[in-house]
Design a protein around this ligand. Structure first.
Ligand code: ATR
Length: 278
């Protein structure tokens, strides 16, 4: 019986995940099916139950995207430490009577930075823009890479300060760097080697009030949004920074989920190239 997987979201029509996972499956010879499922905004848990019931014992897992990651966190009967730290789940595993919750977003970002972009976060001064779900998901994986510093800057300064404090106090966490939280105005006179935009500002074309002076020479500017040139990318490019969008993170978080489910790590380069091709 073919093992069944799906991605749940709303909207979900333009999801690249079915294509990515079918390319991974073909490459690794895994017998799986993977579909995109639109869940009603108030019907996430029901949609998961219906998927499991319809699969008659062959449902093995699911990816979860906007706006259901917090609900997936609550639905999981157990969670990995990285999902606990993120407060969100993007990967569910269905086991006998239990639902495991994981979060592969941060690992996907770190892998894209290190493997695809040659940008090791170790020793770098990192600026993370945003303090919502997307930012939260990547903080622990970034801290575990031992950056020189991690500053979280957000439109609402208070949210950034709260988030930084939460991660500075993480119990039992083997990180030496304590993140700092600030508003955009607090960035004057500071420079960073890696700037990651985890705000949703680019989706609406909004310009961030980011001082141009924050881009250090040879800075890498990473935009988590993909498929469009955002004002952040334009600003970064104008300073001479190296710019990347979030397509690599999308493919790498999928590869990490595939590894969680199948125990096999697919090669991402050909899949990334295929997605860039059209
Ligand atoms: P996500 O899950 O994508 O992180 P979210 O939790 O709604 O979505 O968080 C959106 C983030 O983008 C927040 O950090 C938000 O800043 P505020 O906390 O001040 O709201 C940020 N954001 C959204 N639009 C923005 C804009 N036009 N300028 C600056 N920051 C913006």
């Amino acid at each position: 019986m073919t093992d069944r997987y799906a991605v749940f979201g709303n909207p979900i029509g333009h999801s690249k995940s079915p294509r990515i996972h079918s390319l991974f499956a073909a490459q690794t010879g895994q017998d799986i099916s993977y579909q995109a499922i639109l869940a009603e905004r108030d019907g996430f848990a029901a949609a998961i139950s219906a998927f499991i019931a319809a699969a008659k014992g062959s449902a093995r897992g699911a990816n979860v995207t906007v706006p259901f990651k917090a609900e997936a966190f609550r639905l999981a009967t157990w969670r990995t430490p990285r999902a606990e730290a993120a407060g969100a789940v993007n990967t569910l595993s269905f086991e006998a009577g239990a639902i495991g919750g994981d979060n592969t977003d941060g690992a996907g970002l770190v892998r894209d930075l290190k493997r695809n972009l040659g940008c090791d976060p170790a020793g770098r001064r990192i600026l993370l823009l945003g303090a919502g779900g997307a930012a939260r998901g990547v903080i622990l994986p970034l801290l575990l890479e031992n950056p020189a510093e991690l500053v979280i800057a957000n439109r609402s300064e208070e949210t950034a300060a709260r988030l930084a404090l939460e991660f500075a106090r993480l119990p039992g966490c083997a990180v030496s760097v304590k993140p700092d939280g600030t508003g955009f105005t607090g960035l004057g006179g500071r420079q960073f080697d890696l700037i990651i935009n985890a705000t949703s500002a680019g989706l609406g074309g909004a310009v961030l009030p980011l001082p141009t002076s924050v881009f250090a020479p040879r800075c890498v500017a990473y935009e988590m949004v993909y498929g469009r040139e955002t004002p952040f990318m334009q600003q970064a490019r104008a300073t001479g920074a190296r710019v990347a969008d979030g397509l690599g993170m999308l493919v790498e978080q999928a590869a990490e989920a595939f590894f969680v489910w199948r125990g096999v790590r697919p090669h991402t380069a050909p899949v990334l190239a295929a997605l860039k091709g059209n």
